[in-house]
Design a protein around this ligand. Structure first.
Ligand SMILES: [Zn+2]
Ligand SMILES: [Zn+2]
Length: 139
């Protein structure tokens, strides 16, 4: 990466919560888990794992919800957009919804995780690696 740390910006649907990413992602993934599906109301979510020091909210404060033990999801408590996941199991990273970026095309997912929860009617035409649970469990 160059000296100019790339800044990706994004935010929720209503604009009340905005964020910036100033560090290269460590992981880009589709997550098919049931909790992402419920939290987003969509068949799958796309996440970018960002070093915590490289992420900040620049406008508003997200609502927070403990979706599993040790896992906190951030969302706009006005419009409901899913924005982040922080897991105590991965304390150096915060996961940011790439679909909430102003330019989501720039951070394409590289793996599928939790395919054990994938909906039968949802399939993507890509050749990316697929993991039944977390990538780390099966590498
Ligand atoms: Zn909002
Ligand atoms: Zn998930």
């Amino acid at each position: 990466m160059s000296d100019d740390t790339k800044i990706w910006a994004g935010g929720c649907c209503c604009g009340a919560v905005r964020f910036e990413i100033g560090a290269e992602p460590v992981l880009l993934e589709f997550c098919h888990c049931q909790t992402c599906r419920r939290a987003s109301g969509a068949p799958v979510m796309a996440w970018a794992g960002i070093p915590v020091a490289g992420f900040r909210f620049t406008e508003g404060e997200p609502g927070r919800f403990a979706s599993s033990p040790g896992v906190t999801r951030g969302f706009c408590d006005r419009c409901g957009t899913s924005l982040t996941i922080f897991s105590e199991a991965f304390p150096d990273e915060i996961y940011v919804s790439t679909s909430a970026l102003d330019d989501p095309e720039t951070l394409a997912p590289e793996v599928h995780i939790w395919t054990s929860h994938k909906l039968g009617w949802f399939e993507t035409a890509d050749a990316l690696p697929r993991y039944r649970r977390f990538r780390a469990d099966e590498v």
